[in-house]
Design a protein around this ligand. Structure first.
Ligand SMILES: *Cc1c(COP(=O)(O)O)cnc(C)c1O
Length: 386
């Protein structure tokens, strides 16, 4: 049986005529950049995330870069962020000449550990960037409390987490000063190319972002500040406008798949329950766990990824590959171990949780169209290997 890590063709097939029509409409209009489709998307995403404004941009990376430019991050400023994330979170900081200050992960979610933030704050600290990794919210109450105590803005990296909530009615991207989203095709809401969006409740910030994505231009050919070409294509917005109404259904299918995986691993005797953090004979597979921080909270995990931890991860990955099962490692190298950040002289022993995850994590196929049969097969093959 073949179980690819992700199969985008199935989603396209399910919406083919609607998407084709939307693409043709853009082709006929020849309104190719920004315009009506982008405005429609901005309104819908602001409504979906629960912010007053959303500004469509060229990618998730550019969303983060613009958010930092917006609060005028300068060379020598320090930016606190998790050591365990996709490269963009740290790359944008370094590109502006600022210093990325890495924080180890929390044990259950692998998100930034809020207990380790405070000791890193000093006069140079200009922003905190929590990442909602794999589609699960970071500990936003704790993070916002620290940020408010020190008067430091929070920029949320929501690239993997559109639609995730931290608590009832509080979507990621609506809690900090700005939320940065990606429409890269592998995210839960994917375009037909590159795209991103920034959410905020602040009107002044939203207007400045709109100007910034167009070289800081206003009026035409007059520039009060330097922006860039961070514009979103109409064709991407048109595809996203078709897809957005289906997003909740896709989240639910991913959550159902995640539940099934966890149940099957437990039934197969490979794990006693979700959220165990150390290997032993009864727990050769460590399962992810959606974390509920207080009673009554609804941490809505959208499972952009379903991540297990196993010993002999690389051999297991090879074995699954030989049996037609696609997997990935998100991510094998935390920032503090990246060659490009060796100049920061971080001590490896300060990041034990991220190091453990980097060495043992494996992403299994979790996309909405996956069949029960395929999930059963994946768990069977993992049991066989172990
Ligand atoms: C995908 C991703 C980004 C970057 O988004 P792009 O649209 O690919 O530029 C940033 N941060 C995280 C955590 C991501 O997963």
């Amino acid at each position: 049986m073949k179980v690819p890590l992700l199969d985008l063709k199935l989603q396209y097939q399910s919406l083919k005529s609607e998407i084709d029509n939307a693409l043709i409409k853009v082709a006929k209009s020849q309104m190719l950049i920004l315009g009506e489709e982008v405005e429609k998307l901005e309104n819908s995403i602001a409504g979906y995330v629960g912010t007053r404004y959303a500004v469509g941009v060229s990618s998730g990376t550019d969303a983060l870069l613009m958010a930092l430019m917006e609060i005028e991050i300068k060379p020598g400023d320090e930016v606190i962020l998790p050591t365990y994330s996709f490269f963009a979170t740290a790359g944008v900081v370094a590109r502006l000449g600022a210093i990325p200050v890495f924080v180890d992960s929390e044990t259950y979610t692998f998100n930034i550990n809020p207990d380790k933030i405070k000791p890193l704050i000093n006069a140079k600290t200009k922003v905190i960037i929590p990442v909602h990794l794999y589609g699960q919210s970071a500990a936003m109450d704790d993070i916002m409390k620290i940020a408010e105590e020190f008067g430091i803005p929070v920029i949320e990296d929501c690239a993997q987490a559109i639609g995730a909530t931290y608590s009832y009615g509080r979507n990621v991207g609506s809690i900090g000063l700005m939320g940065c989203f990606s429409f890269y095709p592998t995210k839960n809401l994917g375009a037909f190319g590159e795209g991103g969006i920034i959410t905020t409740n602040d009107e002044t910030l939203a207007n400045k972002l709109k100007q910034m994505r167009n070289h800081g231009m206003s009026p035409k050919y007059y520039h009060k500040f330097i922006g860039g070409n961070f514009r979103l294509d109409a064709i991407q917005a048109a595809v996203l406008n078709v897809k957005l109404p289906h997003l909740e259904k896709w989240h639910e299918a991913r959550r159902k798949n995640a539940n099934l995986y966890s149940r099957l691993f437990i039934e197969a005797g490979l794990s006693e329950r979700e959220g165990i953090t150390e290997f032993n004979t009864k727990n050769p597979v460590l399962l992810p766990k959606a974390v509920y921080r207080d009673s009554g909270q609804t941490n809505y995990h959208i499972y952009n990824q379903y991540i297990i931890r196993v010993d002999n991860r690389d051999s297991l990955r090879g074995y699954l590959g030989d049996h037609g099962i696609g997997t990935e490692i998100y991510y094998p190298v935390p920032f503090h171990r990246q060659e490009c950040f060796s100049y920061l002289d971080n001590k490896d022993e300060n990041f034990p949780v991220a190091n453990f995850v980097a060495e043992h994590s494996l992403a299994l196929p979790i996309y909405p169209e996956l069949s029960e049969e395929q999930i059963v097969y994946v768990v069977e093959k993992i049991k066989e290997f172990i």
